[in-house]
Design a protein around this ligand. Structure first.
Ligand code: GLN
Ligand code: ZN
Length: 760
């Protein structure tokens, strides 16, 4: 019989119960016991949902109060020495201290989980660290699941991926040394799981599907051969987010009992995997764990049937492509979604149903699920032919895109003097990245407007008052290029999505971003176009309040794509191009309205990079094209800015230059300008605003500190290239810090000008 299985379930709860409970604990409003009760209820509820859906086993240890990588670090006893761990069972206090830091010690670093918008905590490896089981969580949850009558499949992060996710905190320390110390702990975990009668354990090794050097590949061989002879449950080695490609031979040769393949990202790997699987069980990731679309059951079933034909049903499992962590919980929670759209969608709970149907269809034959197959086919056809997904005008425009549309009229060297002439900015011009503090008043006004408590006129006036205040403030402290402050935007993607055709919004489509933080990505379901101007009124109003230059603020085509659930019926970059055309219209309208500087934020440009290097060129080419398509309709004298948040620029600097923005602002203050190295080596020709003020912290940077950062920048860049700005938007900060910080920034720019012998 073909089993339906799951790699992980979202843990936040359909009503974000976990978020609320965790935050209440942090605020001291509820006890650790109350938190544990909520967590226990959620685990139970989620296991029951899976069992009821027809899954034969349920994942265990996929639950987490904060992050599964942090949990793994706790399980392995990988706690940085600054936390003063006594070696005893790690409780929630220490767990949250590692996650969030304390007054005395900083938290673990946080970074993106592969190409998702989930963030994990980075394990730290120190010299002289000794590992041992530091948390009983996996064993406790295993017992809990069994008590609830579940067949439990514990989930662990594999040693090689854990090692790759972590960072070496001490110089001279090498990863193989760390690995050698981690392995005995894994052995002990495996042997304890086996002793309690666990049949299968899911060992996640997503790095096996990424680029590996020869040494890396040998590591997989060595580690899994080592485990082969030891007491342990059957191992299902799980890869996801990419196909195994050139590592398929390696993966199939590893002495493990099962292998999970992401067949949504890489369906083509099925045949070669079947040819190499031998006695292994293959877990077929046919239901998309990264998106909200209903499965094409007929197409998936064909893959499953093919696997059964080769391996026999006993050696085939049906699974989501990856953990369902990245999907919202339950579509039934959507009451105001358009019914047609809703009929095309599936959240985690609905995906469980799909898994179970597929397993049944593969076991009992197509007839057993004939009705559901027909319904799925029909839904697919309806979606394909729906006028909602297809807009002839957009298609014609797409077909008419020419290379000229992606080029500024003149090269930077010719545009630049025209811009300087027109803008009349001093050396070291000062500006901000766009948003100013989103105060409780602003949020209240937006919420009241949404709820219909205040009318449009009152809402507009509230926002205009905010814009006036922000403009006055910026004039008062002497910034050179002003912004309107973005009070009308609760989110830089949602704001645009709400005004573009082809986007839909859910009420409860939350997914965990990090810790208790959840995001509700827009859904791009159809061809994208811009029915009417989106920002022109606000930007012109803001410009009318001042004689200084007002920057217009837009979000770029890659970032909007990256932070949405994207339609899966056309290539992602085609969708991004449609967005680019819509932004292009906005750019042209803003220019026509007299806005002289336009900033197109591409915060997610770097994070959109494919996981495999061989795919980078194609992505970068298209991403650059789309940015240029959006930004290039303007005259030479109109200045285009772009902003990117923290990024490793070294390997993509050529593409950043090709974007050909006149000015780019980046985050550099935390790395003390080290990130600029990339720009220097490449001899980046255009202008740059290396962030001089870390907006992630409430700390006010003193003037001298900003001066010293700017001096560093001056060592590596020409003075005419340097802009002075914070690292990112100021939306999450309070005025009490923003005022003095920006005052110091303006004063620092003045000092730099004086040193250069120009008027401050
Ligand atoms: N313009 C946006 C802001 O200032 C940019 C935010 C971002 O880069 N994440 O908030
Ligand atoms: Zn940013």
């Amino acid at each position: 019989m073909v089993e339906a299985t799951n790699l992980g379930f979202p843990r936040i709860g359909a009503g974000r119960e976990l978020k609320k409970a965790v935050e209440a604990t942090w605020k001291g409003r509820s006890s650790a016991e109350e938190l544990e009760t909520t967590a226990h209820d959620l685990r139970l509820r989620h296991w029951q949902l899976q069992k009821q859906a027809g899954l034969q086993s349920v994942p265990v240890n996929d639950f987490s109060l904060y992050d599964q990588v942090l949990d793994m670090a706790c399980l392995l006893g990988c706690v940085p020495s600054r936390f003063g761990w006594d070696g005893e069972e790690i409780g929630t206090d220490l767990l949250f201290a590692m996650a969030r830091g304390t007054d005395e010690v900083p938290a673990l670093e946080m970074t993106k989980w592969f190409d998702t918008n989930y963030h994990y905590l980075v394990p730290e490896f120190e010299r002289g660290q000794r590992f041992h089981i530091g948390s009983e969580k996996v064993f406790r949850e295993l017992e809990e699941a069994r008590t609830a009558g579940m067949v439990a499949r514990p989930v662990l992060l594999g040693p090689l991926s854990f090692l790759s996710l972590g960072k070496l905190a001490d110089a001279g320390l090498e990863r193989p040394d760390v690995l050698a110390k981690l392995l005995p702990v894994y052995e002990e975990i495996f042997s304890r799981l086996a002793a309690t009668g666990v049949d299968w354990v899911q060992v996640d090794e997503p790095f096996l599907a990424l680029d590996l050097c020869e040494g890396g590949k040998a590591g997989y061989r060595r580690v899994y051969e080592h485990f082969a002879g030891l007491p342990r449950p059957k191992v299902l080695l799980a890869t996801y987010f990419e196909g195994l490609r050139d590592h398929l031979d390696l993966a199939c040769a590893l002495p493990v009992e099962g292998l999970h393949l992401d067949l949504v990202r890489a369906p083509e790997q099925l045949e070669p995997a079947l040819a190499r699987a031998g006695e292994k069980t293959l877990s077929l990731g046919v239901v998309d764990g990264r998106n909200i679309w209903r499965n094409d059951l007929s197409a998936s079933l064909a893959l499953v049937e093919r696997a059964v034909e080769v391996l026999g049903s006993y050696h085939v499992q049906v699974a989501p492509s990856c953990s369902l962590l990245h999907t919202p919980v339950d579509l039934e929670g959507e009451s105001s979604l358009d019914p047609e759209l809703k009929s095309w969608m599936a959240f985690a709970v609905q995906k469980l149903g799909e898994l179970s149907l597929l397993a049944r269809g593969a076991t009992e034959g197509r007839e057993a699920i004939a009705e559901e197959l027909a319904a799925s086919d029909e839904a697919r056809e309806r979606r394909e032919n729906s006028p909602r997904t297809f807009d002839r005008a957009v298609r014609e425009r797409m077909a008419g895109v020419t290379p000229e549309m992606m080029r500024r009229r003149s090269p930077f060297a010719e545009r630049s003097p025209l811009q300087h002439e027109r803008l009349q900015l001093p050396l070291y011009p000062t500006t901000t990245i766009g948003s100013f503090p989103q105060t409780a008043d602003i949020r209240r006004a937006r919420a009241s407007y949404r709820k219909g408590e205040i009318d449009e006129t009152a809402y507009r006036e509230a926002m205009r008052a905010e814009i006036r205040a922000v403009v006055d403030f910026q004039e008062e402290i002497g910034l050179d290029v002003l912004v309107h402050g973005e009070p009308e935007r609760n989110d830089m993607v949602e704001y645009f999505g709400e005004q573009l055709a082809g986007f839909a919004f859910t009420e409860n489509g939350w997914v965990q971003s990090y810790g208790s933080r959840c995001v509700k990505p827009p859904v791009i379901y159809g061809d994208v176009s811009r029915p009417r101007p989106m920002t022109v009124e606000w930007a012109t109003y803001a410009q009318e309040q001042t004689d200084r230059v007002m920057k217009g603020m837009l979000t770029g085509p890659v970032t909007i794509l990256q932070w949405s659930f994207v339609r899966d019926d056309q290539p992602r970059m085609d969708t991004s191009r449609q967005i680019a055309l819509a932004i292009r219209d906005e750019v042209a309208d803003l220019e026509r309205a007299g806005i002289r500087i336009l900033q197109i934020d591409e915060a997610a440009f770097r994070e959109g990079l494919p996981l495999r290097r061989e795919d980078w060129d194609e992505y970068l080419r298209r991403a650059v094209e789309n940015f240029r398509l959006a930004s290039c309709p303007v005259a030479d004298a109109t200045q285009i800015h772009s902003h990117m948040c923290y990024s490793e620029f070294n390997d993509i600097i050529g593409s950043i230059a090709e974007m050909d923005a006149d000015v780019i602002s980046i985050e550099t203050s935390r790395s003390r300008m080290e990130l600029l190295d990339a720009f220097v080596e490449y001899a980046y020709p255009n202008e740059i605003g290396p962030g001089v003020y870390d907006i992630h912290s409430p700390r006010v940077p003193p003037r001298e500190e900003i001066v010293s950062l700017l001096e560093k920048a001056r060592e590596v860049l020409a003075e005419r290239q340097i802009w002075v700005n914070p690292d990112c938007g100021l939306k999450t900060r309070g005025w009490a810090e923003v005022r003095p910080a920006l005052e110091n920034m303006v004063a620092a720019a003045g000092e730099m000008r004086a040193a250069a012998g120009v008027p401050a």
